[in-house]
Design a protein around this ligand. Structure first.
Ligand code: KG4
Ligand code: ZN
Length: 334
């Protein structure tokens, strides 16, 4: 299975030999090209530039992955591509290339939901989680708590009412003058921050429910930053306070979701899943409360082709595939 990811600013390609008992062992190759430098001058992703760069990089990456796997195109048995949600032009590049390759090779193609890709990414690790589990999906575009009764059977328990967790990281970083992409930069800065100097609220944890809201935190940080001495140490202290607020909020809601569903396995995925404090705090809470945590390796938290190849392989094995139209869904609920 060839997997193609092109929903935003990363071109990801991977080749996976499907083996249900240990999916990660079947990963033969994966290649990624990040457009971060291209968009840095603009402080965010420029959709048209993203599409054009996917056009330039996609086929060379496919060749690279085939070479790494020691395969010829004719060895491929199927092609999976991200069909949404994401930037329409960027998605169309992956969909058109994926569909065309599948047609030329006479193999089935399948359009994959980007968030299902994220959700399944922990299955690429050794000792993968078995459903039922609860998944916390935290990326630049989404903050979801999902009950996974079986692969493909998802119930949304909680969603964000405004900014996604990653978006909150990015916007907060930007307003404190950190370079794009802000999330990882803010997390790095937070390591130098002192605990307890700034304390921000844990939004929506004082009432029942599993939804999130992160946009108010951003405003709290803005006010704190504007009224501060703007020194490097203060910036780090604010970053620390902000990160703690987000991590704490996510932890509280995860605990609630596990209790509400009487589940003992928690999967964390999506770009914010790469956050060290989040990983450490959730793992520690799991040991204390008696639930197990499952994370993808760091490279498979953020966007990648491997998760798309896996989601596509699972769906194809389940008998699903697509007609020949190149169709994408920029907005698409899981
Ligand atoms: O999953 P992803 O690569 O793309 C989307 O599907 O959105 O997630 C990207 C998001 C960005 O908002 C980025 O700032 C955030 O994940 N992110 C992080 C970290 N690494 C990436 N946020 C906090 N801490 C990190 N270490
Ligand atoms: Zn993503």
């Amino acid at each position: 299975m060839l997997g193609i990811e092109s929903s935003c600013d990363e071109t990801g390609v991977a080749i996976l030999r499907w083996q249900p008992e240990a999916p990660g062992r079947g990963l033969l190759a994966h290649a990624l090209y990040s457009q971060v430098k291209l968009h840095a001058d603009y402080g965010g992703v420029v959709p048209e530039l993203a599409s054009r760069d996917h056009v330039r990089k996609l086929l060379p990456l496919v060749r690279e992955a085939l070479a790494e796997a020691g395969l010829q195109p004719a060895d491929l048995g199927g092609v999976a591509y991200t069909a949404g949600p994401g930037l329409v032009g960027a998605l169309l590049v992956g969909a058109a290339a994926g569909r065309a390759l599948a047609w030329a090779l006479g193999v089935p193609a399948i359009g994959v939901h980007h968030m299902e890709g994220h959700l399944l990414a922990p299955l690429l690790e050794d000792d993968p989680p078995e459903p039922p589990f609860v998944a916390l999906l935290v990326s630049g575009g989404h903050s979801l708590l999902v009950e996974v009764k079986a692969i493909g059977e998802y119930r949304i328990l909680g969603d964000t009412l405004d900014d996604a967790a990653g978006e909150a990281f990015d916007k907060t970083a930007k307003l404190m003058g950190l370079p794009y992409p802000g999330g990882p930069a803010l997390a790095k800065l937070a390591e130098q921050g002192r605990p307890g100097v700034f304390r921000f609220s844990r939004p929506m944890t004082d009432r029942p429910g599993l939804d999130f809201s992160f946009s108010g935190l951003k405003t709290q940080v803005l006010l704190a930053w504007q009224h501060s001495d703007k020194s490097e140490q203060t910036r780090a202290d604010i970053a620390r306070g902000f990160e703690e607020a987000i991590v704490d909020t996510l932890l509280i809601k995860c605990r609630r979701a596990l209790q509400a569903t009487d589940t003992h396995r928690l999967v964390i995925a999506g770009g914010v899943g790469a956050n060290r404090r989040l990983r450490a705090e959730l793992a520690a809470a799991g040991e204390k409360d008696g639930f197990r945590t499952y994370f993808p390796r760091l490279a498979f938290c953020t966007d990648n082709g491997a998760m798309i190849a896996l989601a596509g392989a699972i769906r194809l094995a389940g008998g699903q595939h697509q007609g020949e139209a190149v169709e994408v869904r920029p907005r698409w609920n899981l």
